[in-house]
Design a protein around this ligand. Structure first.
Ligand code: UD1
Length: 431
């Protein structure tokens, strides 16, 4: 298992470019299942989850063409889907495999998708996806760890989902995306209330619309989808990764550096930028796609509560905690999205951070001098938080289980090294 070795204490200076959003590229690739035509998805980050998604599509008999693996452009064509199945072997490595359920049900009226199960940060059920599909006429059973879904019907409308009025009990990002895709080919209109408003949802809507879908309400919590009989091919460039951009903002701030972050959309980072301002970080929006972050003499503690977009993203919580360890005073961090998303706190405490966790609240008191040691990454964003802590710690930090970070950050080691970080990947074959 690879590890990262970081020698902390270097201020990051220079320019770094953000890759495409993992969480946009995943539904975009799944959406290619909705048509027999060719779909080209561009600006795909070269990370493991997208390779897994391409394997999943290929398993279903879609033709996936790339110049090399991993790729930033994927050509996908699914004239016929012979296996309407997402097998456990792939789903267990990537929960977002559930994003194939909506397209399969829309296109074929039948799907067998392994239940994703929980992960380190919480139970993460998919009950809301399933209830919504049931409202659209699907019969769903779970058996031997698989979701088995089908639409009964006869005549020309056989096996076609029906539009429905769906109100999500709570906001779900991939749930919204699944229902958007399912409803695009359903018979009649679907109204989805309490929908997620994340930029990645809006990006999917833009792509589906180019494929011929009739959707309105983007960026609001009520989406209306008028189903069409067929969707056609398209080319789509996914938006920049706002979480990667936010991670670099914290990297610049925590190391007292001066970073220009290119290829990002400042408008998607409103809550993070506002919070960093409050913490005393200097941030300038240089232009529509460039942000400059400069460190400050003194970071100030500021409370954060994670929320759905446009609130402060749960995917930025671990990185913000790393920053809070360096800020003067107390920062209360409240996690409202996932029930167990503070696993990085105990690792930061092993590095010398002063953090107390009670349920969904963590109180971080700073500034604390962190010192390097061996730490374990527990999930994708926790790994990013530990990398940031390592960048500011004295001495060597060795981060174990970095396969988590490889799921979602393209070339993180190379990008950080290019702006002055002392970080390397240590290959540990056979462990
Ligand atoms: C997506 C993102 C992930 C991010 C999360 C929250 C992708 C591929 N992943 O995950 O990076 O951290 O949004 O912003 O886009 N829930 C239920 N029942 C459901 C669905 C969700 O109870 O059927 C709960 C979840 O357990 C969680 C909350 O709702 O507590 C939000 O989850 P959700 O928005 O669905 O997260 P994902 O779409 O899995």
């Amino acid at each position: 298992m690879d590890k990262f070795l970081i020698n902390g204490g270097k201020a990051l200076r220079g320019a770094v470019a953000v890759s495409g959003a993992k969480n946009s590229a995943l539904p975009a690739m799944a959406a290619a299942l909705l048509t027999a035509d060719k779909v080209v998805v561009r600006n795909v980050p070269k990370v493991r989850d997208l390779v897994t998604m391409s394997k999943l599509l290929a398993f279903m008999d879609a033709k996936v063409s790339v110049a090399a693996v991993p790729a930033s452009d994927y050509e996908i064509q699914a004239p016929k889907l012979n296996h309407a199945e997402a097998p456990y072997e792939l789903v267990k490595t990537m929960r977002a495999s559930i994003l194939t359920l909506g397209p399969l049900m829309a296109r074929l009226g039948i799907a067998r998708v392994s239940l994703p199960g929980g992960c380190a940060i919480g139970a993460r059920p998919v009950d809301l996806h399933l209830k919504a599909l049931e409202q659209m006429g699907a019969e769903i059973a779970t058996s031997r760890g698989y979701i088995e879904a089908k639409v009964h019907g006869n005549g020309s409308q056989g096996r076609r989902l029906k539009g429905a009025h769906i109100v999500f009990e709570r906001i779900t990002v991939t749930g919204t995306e699944n229902i958007l895709m399912a409803a695009s080919l359903a018979e009649g209109e679907t109204v989805l209330e309490n929908a997620a408003r994340e930029p990645e949802v809006t990006d999917l809507i833009a792509m589906l619309r180019k494929m011929g879908a009739q959707i309105c309400g983007d960026g609001t919590s009520t989406l209306r989808i008028r189903g069409v009989k067929e969707l056609h091919g398209t080319e789509h460039t996914v938006i920049p990764d706002r979480i990667e951009a936010g991670t670099f903002l914290v990297a610049g701030a925590i190391t007292g550096g001066d970073l220009k972050i290119h290829n990002c959309i400042a408008a998607h980072l409103g809550a993070v930028i506002a919070k960093l301002h409050q913490a005393g970080v200097q941030i300038d929006i240089v232009d529509a796609t460039t942000i400059r972050v400069r460190g400050t003499e003194k970071l100030l503690g500021a409370d954060v509560t994670t929320e759905e977009y446009p609130g402060f993203a749960t995917d930025m919580q671990a990185q913000y905690m790393a920053l809070a360890t360096q800020a003067e005073g107390a920062s209360v961090i409240t996690e409202t999205i996932f029930e167990n998303r503070f696993l990085h706190a105990s690792e930061m405490m092993r590095m010398g951070a002063n953090i107390s966790v009670e349920g969904r609240r963590a109180v971080v008191r700073g500034p604390a001098q962190l010192s390097g040691t061996t730490v374990q990454a527990s999930d994708l964003r926790a790994s990013a938080g530990l990398v940031l802590a390592g960048l500011v710690a004295s001495g060597e930090t060795l981060i174990d289980r970095v396969y988590h970070i490889d799921r979602g950050y393209e070339g993180i080691v190379e990008k950080l090294r290019a702006v002055g970080a002392d970080i390397e990947r240590v290959h540990a074959p056979g462990t």
